[in-house]
Write a new protein. Structure first.
Length: 239
């Protein structure tokens, strides 16, 4: 194996290596198409949304599109009510019925525990005051939060509408729950070798105090991670 890695007279040129990388990546993406982050996260959202019967808010929803031809409102078909919020700007304008909400500012008192489930998809990385934004999402929920965030993804922004500031980890999401009195129902990821990697967190407000021995390590499992519901490799190449 070591000998195969040594430079040789017929080693690929930089251009050939880049082309080989492109071809291999394209093939891997074909083999792991179900791990494309939007497709994967939509499946995770649908798993939770199908049984929700209370009031739901999609925070920073933009147009509420799932990028597969549906709206997220369709996912929550049993919900008693479904509200969308936006803040304005190039990617912050949705429908006429949107509630205006700036996640970077303190939450208005009338929105505290206003809905049963708070849903948010790939917004937190775009809010400079990320702790305030997380506080607001959890504070709005009477019961549950459903949050999708990127973990490994190229920086993306649209000037002057939004920047790109943060990447939350499995431990960061778990700690957010611990600090705000929520227990984790599931924390999953589309870990794979070629697509951007997302986390999907589903958590519930505790009815009482946390167990006295609960800490980050007790809720996230071992140092290998994924103490909740591991994502099985979609293909042997991912193992």
């Amino acid at each position: 194996m070591i000998d195969r890695l040594k430079p040789s007279a017929d080693a690929m040129s930089p251009d050939e290596a880049r082309e080989a990388h492109r071809l291999v990546t394209a093939r891997l993406k074909e083999l792991t198409a179900d791990q494309e982050p939007r497709i994967w996260s939509n499946r995770e959202i649908a798993r939770v949304a199908s049984s929700v019967t209370g009031d739901v808010v999609h925070v920073s929803a933009w147009l509420d599109e799932d990028k597969e031809g549906r709206t997220y409102r369709d996912y929550f078909s049993k919900a008693r009510s479904y509200t969308t919020t936006n803040v304005g700007g190039q990617r912050g304008e949705g429908g006429d019925g949107d509630l205006h909400l700036d996640l970077s500012r303190p939450l208005p008192a009338e929105l505290e525990r206003a809905v049963d489930l708070v849903f948010n998809h790939t917004t937190l990385e775009h809010v400079p005051a990320v702790d305030v934004a997380i506080d607001n999402l959890f504070a709005m929920a009477r019961s549950e939060v459903l949050v999708v965030v990127p973990f490994m993804q190229v920086e993306h922004w649209e000037s002057p509408s939004f920047g790109d500031y943060w990447r939350l980890t499995e431990h960061g999401l778990a700690q957010a729950c611990l600090d705000r009195g929520f227990e984790i129902l599931s924390l999953t990821s589309n870990h794979n070798p070629v697509w951007p990697i997302y986390y999907c967190l589903h958590a519930r407000r505790r009815g009482g105090a946390a167990p006295p021995d609960e800490d980050l390590w007790s809720v996230t499992g071992t140092a290998e991670g994924f103490g909740f519901r591991p994502v099985e490799p979609a293909h042997p190449l991912m193992m």
